[in-house]
Design a protein around this ligand. Structure first.
Ligand code: F6R
Length: 241
């Protein structure tokens, strides 16, 4: 695991995006694992800029997102499919048919999860996986637990995550209680992992990830066992290291 600290989240995003840009130059049909939330937004801005400048060509790129809320239609204002369209896919030359977000409205969610894993494996696995991190150390929606869950699965969100995500909804009651998420196994199988975090409220999670015990109670701590995990943080998120 390598940690890179920058003055601002914009500088961190510029550095992090170079990993994705280099991958696309090396392998035009690279598979990216993508994330939602506020942390990746500066990085998506950089991707859009590089695409417009001709330095990132997404025409053959394929993507699989980490997660989706259970119960939200893809066009719901808070769905992760809609977020990805609005924050990235609508602004770059990616073929939307090559982009994948788990369905939160499948009739059989367990089948949806198994099919999602099978599709990633069939495509050859994720080349570069982007992650944010929750204040409680979650990655994707893998919440603190007494064991790691390896495959895509449906989870019950913790109070901490519901509180943190209420800012995207009209009120706390509207936040779905369940989500479908890749497991830590999917994430660990990616050839490269890029984690971005900014702000003081992520400082403890970053400390626990980098310096604490490797434990399912801090899901991101398993990234210390990954052979190529790069962490890009601003000074505030690095302030406890
Ligand atoms: C989103 C995701 C989550 C977020 C995390 C941080 O796809 O998988 O793990 O990365 O909750 O969210 P922000 O960036 O909004 O603080």
């Amino acid at each position: 695991m390598q940690v890179f600290v920058f003055k601002t989240k914009e500088e961190a995003a510029k550095a992090a995006v170079s990993v994705f840009a280099a991958e696309l130059m090396k392998k035009p049909n690279a598979i990216f694992g993508l994330a939602t939330g506020s942390s990746p937004i500066p990085l998506y801005h950089e991707m859009i800029k590089l695409n417009k400048e001709g330095a990132m060509d997404f025409s053959k790129c394929r993507s699989w997102n980490l997660d989706e809320y259970v119960g939200l239609q893809p066009d719901h204002v808070c769905s992760y499919r809609r977020f990805m369209n609005e924050e990235l896919f609508d602004h770059v030359n990616i073929d939307k048919a090559n982009t994948h977000v788990p369905s939160g409205i499948a009739a059989d969610m367990e089948k949806e999860a198994a099919d999602y894993d099978a599709a990633i494996a069939e495509a050859g696995g994720i080349d570069v996986q982007l992650l944010g991190i929750g204040r409680n150390g979650h990655i994707g929606f893998n919440e603190p637990d007494d064991h790691f869950t390896y495959e895509t699965h449906v989870i019950t969100l913790t109070d901490s995550t519901i509180d943190a995500n209420t800012r995207f909804f009209n009120n706390r009651d509207e936040v779905p209680r369940h989500a479908i998420s890749m497991g830590v196994g999917n994430i660990m199988k990616a050839k490269t992992v890029v984690l971005v975090a900014n702000g003081e409220d992520k400082a403890q999670a970053i400390y626990d990830t980098v310096k604490g015990d490797i434990t399912p109670n801090v899901p991101a701590s398993i990234l210390r066992c990954h052979p190529n995990c790069l962490i890009f943080v601003d000074e505030a998120a690095a302030s406890k290291l």
